[in-house]
Design a protein around this ligand. Structure first.
Ligand SMILES: Nc1ccn([C@@H]2O[C@H](COP(=O)(O)O)[C@@H](O)[C@H]2O)c(=O)n1
Length: 292
């Protein structure tokens, strides 16, 4: 058991109950990889939090940093980020108090993006010019899931069109990937006129999951879940899974480590710190697919 997954023994991997993690892994491994589905957040979970000491952009930040919007709008969006992001990650405030503020942030940002009359064909260039980076080991993560036909649901409160472009440009947008996110609605001349459907923000992923019961219904034969997130709101992403048997939750703790350590250890089975690579999720997937 000691060396079941050696990557779990690293100093940057924290676990409150290692034995429980091993029991979950043993049970999932016994069931086989054809019973597995992976659900992952995108921004700052599949993408890096920082690189060379500089913050990496989220989907929203990619647009904000691009030529698709004016300097004035960029400044307003940056001000919004500095107002609301500290609230998003503040563990001293209850979620019920943060929720309306998150709706306020996303709504103001989306309204501003719509006012900018962004063109659909500007998105690819915005992503190309950005400093967005998938975490190290992403090729192995996406390719291995594809090779073993394991469904990957990327569940993001970011912007679906941008997210898709990031993984397309990295050549890992395989057919086993499904995205639930905020998608842009363009008019017939390709100009952004609204965002489609119900808003997904950081603390309503449970509602988002329940609106997509069809996806989870299709995956009913896969009751074992590997969940990956960087926020406590991401823990609700699997709420639509049918007849769940096991769930292994891997959390990336990117920011405010000291303040948030305990709540992450209490909520995620495995916590990765220090802008970790995808080495641990990849090792888990290798273990579960039998490619040890
Ligand atoms: N205007 C905004 C709104 C949100 N964010 C960040 O996006 C992330 C949400 O996406 P997930 O893939 O993690 O669900 C979240 O980290 C917000 O801080 C933003 O940058 N700008």
């Amino acid at each position: 058991m000691k060396t079941m997954i050696p990557e779990l023994s690293s100093e940057s991997v924290w676990m409150k109950d290692r034995q429980r993690v091993e029991e979950i892994l043993q049970s999932m491994s016994k069931d086989g990889s054809n019973t597995l589905q992976v659900i992952s957040d995108f921004d700052l979970t599949l993408t890096r939090f920082s690189y060379n000491g500089k913050r990496c952009p989220t989907c929203h930040n990619i647009l904000e940093g691009s030529n698709a919007i004016s300097n004035e709008a960029r400044q307003t969006l940056d001000d919004l980020l500095h107002t609301y992001y500290p609230i998003e990650i503040d563990i001293s405030r209850p979620v019920e108090e943060k929720l309306p503020l998150m709706v306020e942030w996303w709504t103001k940002a989306h309204e501003l993006l719509v006012q900018q009359r962004i063109k659909k064909d500007e998105l690819a260039e915005a992503v190309r010019q950005s400093e967005a980076r998938l975490r190290e080991g992403y090729e192995c993560f996406f390719d291995c899931l594809h090779e073993h036909a394991i469904p990957l649901l990327i569940f993001s409160a970011g912007i679906g069109d941008i997210l898709e472009e990031v993984i397309r440009q990295a050549n890992v947008f395989h057919p086993n990937v499904k995205v639930i996110s905020n998608y842009m609605d363009f008019d017939e001349s390709g100009i952004l006129r609204a965002f489609k459907g119900e808003l997904i923000h950081i603390y309503n992923k449970r509602e988002g999951a329940l609106l997509n019961t069809g996806h989870f219904e299709e995956l009913r034969s896969r009751p074992n879940v590997l969940l990956m997130g960087d926020s406590l709101g991401d823990l609700d992403m699997a709420d639509g899974v049918q007849d769940m048997k096991n769930i292994l939750k891997i959390g990336f703790l990117n920011d405010k480590l000291k303040e948030r350590k305990q709540s992450y250890m209490d909520s995620y089975d495995v916590v990765l710190v220090g802008d970790a690579s995808l080495e641990v999720p990849n090792a888990v997937i290798r273990f579960l697919t039998g490619n040890k």
